[in-house]
Ligand binder design. Structure first.
Ligand SMILES: NC(=O)C[C@H](N)C(=O)O
Length: 360
């Protein structure tokens, strides 16, 4: 028997329906689970469009959150042969309304489920899903347990609602042992990606999430195809979370003819600032001067552009308090800076953390 690791798996218990001849080495064989040995999966519900109802079947905007996890589960195929399920409704809101208290509830919901479950699914609005996913990856050492975020772009009432299939796939992904050791995942529109890097790039379409670092896998016809063996993103810095309030960090958006004094509006009200710079760290000379004149205020230079990164070489010369975001977009840079400040890191230590994503 060849020594390859199986790269294609099927959720379907009926192996004859698999379109693939799967070769596995003997060490990799797991017997088909009997009912009480099925993976234990915890769903944590937070709301979002996946839990929403609209006015009519053609409405894809103007909807409201109205479904519980149980309602959502009623709309998906039978999963009793795939996993043993438990769920908890942590909150039920549009993700624009998620605040720090609810973020901490999600953190505790995940942390307290890790020991008891083989996989965790979090239903979440797509608008801020990537922020929560990044936060959880940065604060929880999940070991091998897959943590799968899922949302939808159409409300449950719309024609061709995407929520049921997305949820079904997320549960299958969390239940599949090939998902182990991959950290925080996002499952949406048949694609599997790393929560650390994913970004919402389209405000409306089903193909709303994109990741330039590449999708990790694909879900087609009940089969999960991972493109790579288990791996977690490069440069993750794990923070120990204590229960104090997160430091406040704001994001400023750069534009042509930027007034250098815009920093003055926020400098006394926030512990740190992130600027979406015009290109790869470029800001008008006077704005750079203003930023470096505030040596106590950490300022992360991130980017307006969806793709690309901020290299350290593009920072202004006297860059004591200026930190390059590397590959992180402004909203992820904000969370990383908050966590660094919560940990009382020095400016140098903050730069080292951002260096993990090639910034610093
Ligand atoms: N598609 C969605 O889930 C968007 C929604 N506004 C939310 O983030 O809760």
């Amino acid at each position: 028997m060849p020594n390859d690791i199986m790269e294609v798996t099927t959720i379907c218990q009926d192996a004859e329906n698999s379109q693939f001849t799967v070769t596995i080495n003997e060490e990799d064989i797991t017997p088909l689970p009997v009912a009480n040995q099925l993976p234990r999966i915890k769903i944590l519900g937070t709301g979002g469009t996946i839990a929403s109802k609209g006015e009519s079947s053609s409405a894809t905007a103007g909807y409201h959150v109205d479904l519980t996890i149980q309602d959502m589960l009623d709309s998906i195929p039978d999963i009793s042969q795939i996993c043993q399920l438990e769920y908890e409704q942590l909150c039920n809101v549009d993700s624009k309304d998620l605040n720090e208290t609810q973020l901490m509830e999600i953190y505790h919901g995940v942390a307290s489920s890790l020991q008891k479950f083989d996989g965790i699914v979090i239903t979440h609005g797509t608008d801020t899903l990537s922020e929560t996913a990044f936060f959880i990856e940065a604060t929880i050492d999940s070991g091998d347990v897959p943590i799968v975020f899922v949302g939808s772009m159409r409300p449950s009432t719309s024609v061709s609602a995407d929520g049921p299939m997305n949820l079904y796939q997320a549960i299958c992904i969390a239940s599949n042992r090939k998902s182990r050791g991959r950290g925080v995942l996002v499952s949406l529109n048949d694609q599997i990606s790393a929560g650390y890097y994913i970004t919402k790039t389209n405000a409306n379409s089903l193909d709303s999430f994109n990741v330039r670092q590449g999708y990790l896998g694909n879900f087609v016809n009940n089969e999960i195809h991972y493109y790579y063996p288990p791996v977690k993103p490069q440069g993750i810095h794990k923070f120990k979370l204590n229960l104090t309030k997160l430091p406040s960090v704001c994001i400023l958006y750069g534009h042509q003819n930027l007034d250098p004094n815009f920093i003055d509006l926020v400098k006394d009200h926030y512990d740190g600032v992130v600027i979406a710079t015009l290109g790869a760290g470029s800001l008008p000379l006077e704005v750079n001067k203003k930023c470096i004149s505030l040596p106590e205020l950490p300022i992360v230079y991130s980017k307006r552009s969806m793709d690309g990164m901020i290299p350290r070489a593009n920072l202004p010369p006297n860059k004591g308090n200026i930190i390059a975001s590397g590959y992180l977009n402004p909203e992820k840079s904000r969370i990383l800076l908050q966590l660094c400040l919560l940990s009382n890191y020095s400016m140098e230590e903050i730069k080292n953390v951002f260096n993990g994503v090639y910034g610093g």
